[in-house]
Design a protein around this ligand. Sequence first.
Ligand code: ATP
Ligand code: MG
Length: 312
Amino acid sequence: MFIEIKNLHTYFHTDQGLVKSIQGVNFSIPAHSTTCLVGESGSGKSVTALSMMGLLPKKQAEVVQGEILFDGQDLLKMSPSQLRQMRGREMAMIFQEPMTSLNPGLTIGYQIQEALKIGQDLGKKESRQRALDLVKMVDLPRPEKILKAYPHQLSGGQRQRVMIAMGLANKPKLLIADEPTTALDVTIQAQVLCLLDQLKKKTGTAILLITHDLGVVAEMADYVVVMFHGRVVERGTVFEIFDQPAHPYTRALLAARPSINIHADGIESHVESIRVQASQEEIDQEEPFEEIWLSESHMVSIFANHQEVDHD
Ligand SMILES: Nc1ncnc2c1ncn2[C@@H]1O[C@H](COP(=O)(O)OP(=O)(O)OP(=O)(O)O)[C@@H](O)[C@H]1O
Ligand SMILES: [Mg+2]
């Protein structure tokens, strides 16, 4: 286990009051694995990732409780400069829309070299060579030309590859990818994901992949973490989650997959019934939640004083 998130609570102070975005998130990321974080919109996936990276909007967001242990060290206790170093060297994140993370006024080559600078002291020539190697590694055509190009001269898929190259520049132990292919068309999506998977095998970087797409999960994940209303309701190996989903929400998610369409008709109402089952009051409550371990790796969390709704 090299990353452990324990009882993480992140809240936002908004004009409308306090938003308890995540409330007691627990999961771990084993080294060299791909862990997929799934759950409906607003369930707290991005907030979890941003909490890990120390990239929450400072004025509004606050981690009020919890630990994020990276090789045993709590990221939440680090100084901003220590955390910056961690971000450069040990972990990196790629976002859904690469255009927002790339500077439109600087060449790709310059930006990759800047990313390299954070992690290591390289001479100019070395750094240029390393940037070229990275662009080649992510299978971009005519790499020399790409290095001289500006972001707007590349396609969406090419820009996302550049982001992956930058993310991997300093050989991080963890790469967080938040919906990295949602903005791309389907064939490019598949290529980018396939590339991520290959790079993981080659470099040993663990991946935390946030996605809505269960097809992608089946394809990529070793472990799956299912979030619902700011909590982890179930986690396990990809086999445990797909073959023996225990939480009604996980079952509903899986049933909604087009490939196993048996329950598709009732799915909306089923998800709705779970929402109703989890009334806002209960969601806002800290307790009582019970974690039930079905195997060493398979955990389901239920309201302690609730009967589980049987899906079948
Ligand atoms: N900057 C913010 N200010 C206030 N509330 C926020 C902010 N960012 C996120 N939240 C709230 O935190 C909750 C979790 O949001 P988050 O972005 O993590 O969802 P998500 O699971 O990533 O959803 P999606 O799949 O749509 O990306 C939501 O209720 C959201 O409204
Ligand atoms: Mg999100």
